[in-house]
Design a binder for this molecule. Structure first.
Ligand code: NDP
Length: 292
């Protein structure tokens, strides 16, 4: 068997095209452009790449991008003051504080300072609680992207056994909530799970969000399973090519011979995250319009 490769790049491009059309339609009706503010503290190179990509794609779909860069020496109060200004700014529909924040800054305190109505990352406790209760709110972008990718290969997920490996607040836990809302039977696995390969072999849907290169082997999969690989692991430069390589948490070449469908790394879950961030920003603008 050779798995269907789920093309996250193409699906993300389709989502961005839908958003671009919706933003153009808003403007044609005389409504304002949605705005996304991104806050970057310090000079982490990976974060810098993400922030640039977010700003570029925000502008490409016709939205306003506000980039705020603070030095690594910024105090927690400096960041809280900036968040307070963005909370009050009517041009800003979504606020994203790029993680990780420098040591010494209480990230949870900063995330809690964002008004839940502009929390397009879905990390505020109020939005996490809303997701758990099945109420409308903002859902974290990576799990939201995963659900969209799943929909591209299977529409009815009811009764399927989903195993989510990883229980972080930004990926694993919200992913499990979304799968539960789709009527899956959900198992959450983590570093203390006993007999992980056997647990994974029960999965009709396997979501890997661990951060360990190629940890999940082909032999751990149920034949025909749908595999979503969230992991982004940068391997040291290859001795032959001299190039660094990105791999997921799943051993792709082995897994594609067993799975029914699988996301590649790169080009799978990754591109969906920003597309869903833009989707959440558009949703926020629409909600603010209705509230006005
Ligand atoms: P965290 O480090 O916050 O969480 C990792 C989870 O994996 C934890 O729950 C941990 O368990 C579990 N884990 C660690 N080791 C094992 C093991 N040996 N067996 C089983 N479970 C294990 O990571 P994130 O959720 O933030 O990210 C996970 C991966 O996804 C990373 O590679 C990250 O780069 C990537 N990522 C990709 C995104 C995208 O846009 N595609 C967005 C966000 C993340 P425990 O809780 O017990 O410690």
């Amino acid at each position: 068997m050779t798995a269907t490769i789920i093309d996250g790049k193409a699906i993300a491009a389709a989502v961005r095209a839908e958003i671009e059309a919706a933003v153009a339609a808003r403007r044609a009706r005389g409504l304002r452009q949605p705005g996304l503010a991104v806050v970057l503290v310090g000079d982490d190179p990976a974060s810098d790449v993400y922030v640039r990509a977010k700003a570029r794609q925000t502008v490409e779909v016709g939205m306003l991008s506000f980039e705020h860069r603070l030095p690594a020496t910024a105090t927690e109060q400096d960041i809280l003051d900036l968040v307070a200004r963005l909370n009050a700014d009517e041009k800003v529909d979504g606020i994203l504080v790029q993680l990780p924040l420098p040591p010494g800054i209480d990230a949870q305190r900063v995330l809690c300072a964002i008004v839940p109505d502009k929390d397009v990352d879905g990390f505020h406790p109020q939005n996490a609680g809303r997701l758990a209760l099945g109420l409308p709110g903002f859902v974290p972008c990576t799990p939201l992207g995963c659900i969209r990718l799943l929909a591209s290969v299977k529409t009815d997920l009811a009764g399927l056994h989903a195993v989510v490996v990883g229980r972080s607040n930004i990926v694993g836990k919200p992913m499990a909530q979304l799968l539960l809302a789709k009527d899956c039977t959900v198992t959450m696995a983590h570093s203390r799970t006993i007999a992980l390969p056997e647990v994974c072999r029960q999965a009709d849907i396997l979501v890997a969000a661990v951060g360990r290169p190629e940890m999940i082997r082909g032999a751990w999969l149920k034949p025909g399973a749908i595999v979503l690989d969230v992991g982004i692991n940068r391997l040291p430069p290859d001795a032959g090519t001299g190039k660094a390589r990105l791999v997921g948490d799943v051993a792709f070449e082995e897994a594609r011979r067993v799975a029914g469908a699988i996301t590649p790394v790169p080009g799978g879950v990754g591109p969906m995250t920003i597309a869903c961030l833009l989707q959440n920003t558009l949703t926020s603008a629409e909600r603010q319009d209705r509230a006005a």
